[in-house]
Design a protein around this ligand. Structure first.
Ligand SMILES: Nc1ncnc2c1ncn2[C@@H]1O[C@H](COP(=O)(O)OP(=O)(O)OP(=O)(O)O)[C@@H](O)[C@H]1O
Ligand SMILES: [Mg+2]
Length: 264
């Protein structure tokens, strides 16, 4: 029997894509995609619009249905597994146990508008992880302090700037103690002067934790500073993979060069 419990398998990557296929109707977005992200590794995905970056993050978050192939988290099947040579869907309660390890921050902050800032952060730890209110509040206040918003705990999210809302969204994701953090263009909806404060918080998270990160961003300096590895996508395939230093200064692939020239 394949493993169905949530114990991490020693030595396995944090994330593995194995022959992943994703179609929307008859439009194939990802075709036989293979890559690993090691534990504690921070990997940035770059590439032109429509190349499949968001789709990859949404598949990991199980917000999209996998058409073919397998994804693994800590060596465990995420949504599908092979049983007696057949590809079968994993039970949803097993999937939920694995996705608890994963946090995601979106371009649109998606805060709960009817809750205070602190309630936004404590809601899932209390209701999903079963933490006590006191415990969740103490941790929530600690995280708000970390993202520079200790004084906004009782504020209503709609009264915060975009940059402040996004920092709350980051604190909310961290409150679930994720092993993996997925970041999809988290500064793209912000006014330029608010980008720096959000990136500053993320640099701090990168420096002070060993959370595995899969990042989609157009902030190339940030990507260069925090990533261990950069994957360039085009048409749903990896066309180049390199350390940030190489990727941003001496890319080999023609499409990478053209893309970086256009965005830098
Ligand atoms: N829900 C959907 N239904 C149909 N097609 C979709 C859906 N979501 C994404 N696609 C298609 O999948 C492809 C990849 O989209 P995706 O959003 O992953 O690209 P991206 O690399 O994140 O682009 P961007 O840089 O613009 O955010 C695109 O052709 C897109 O039109
Ligand atoms: Mg996208």
């Amino acid at each position: 029997m394949p493993p169905t419990d949530s114990t991490a398998v020693a030595g396995q990557p944090a994330i593995r894509f194995e022959n992943v296929v994703k179609k929307f109707g008859d439009h194939t977005v990802l075709d036989d995609l293979n890559f690993d992200v090691q534990r504690g590794e921070r990997v940035t995905l770059i590439g032109p619009s429509g190349s499949g970056k968001t789709t990859i993050l949404r598949l990991v978050m199980t917000l999209e249905h996998l058409t073919g192939g397998y994804m693994f988290v800590d060596g465990e099947p995420l949504t599908h597994m092979e049983v007696n040579g057949r590809r079968v869907e994993r039970r949803s309660k097993d999937v939920a146990r694995t996705t608890q390890k994963i946090g995601m921050v979106f371009q649109q902050f998606n805060l709960f508008p009817n809750m205070s800032v602190l309630e936004n952060i404590t809601e899932a730890p209390v209701h999903v992880l079963g933490r006590s209110q006191d415990q969740a509040r103490a941790r929530g206040l600690e995280l708000l302090d970390q993202v520079g918003l200790a004084d906004k705990a009782d504020e209503h999210p709609t009264r915060l700037s975009g940059g402040q809302q996004q920092r709350v969204a980051i604190a909310r994701a961290l409150a679930m103690d994720p092993e993996i953090l997925l970041l999809d263009e988290v500064t793209s909806a912000l006014d330029p002067e608010l980008v720096g404060e959000v990136l500053g918080v993320l640099r701090d998270v990168a420096k002070s934790t060993d959370i595995t990160m899969l990042i989609v961003t157009h902030e190339m300096q940030f990507a260069q500073d925090v990533s261990h590895r950069v994957l360039m996508f085009d048409g749903g395939s990896i066309v180049e993979e390199a350390s940030p230093d190489v990727m941003f200064t001496a890319p080999e692939n023609e499409r990478t060069r053209a893309f970086l020239q256009a965005v830098l």
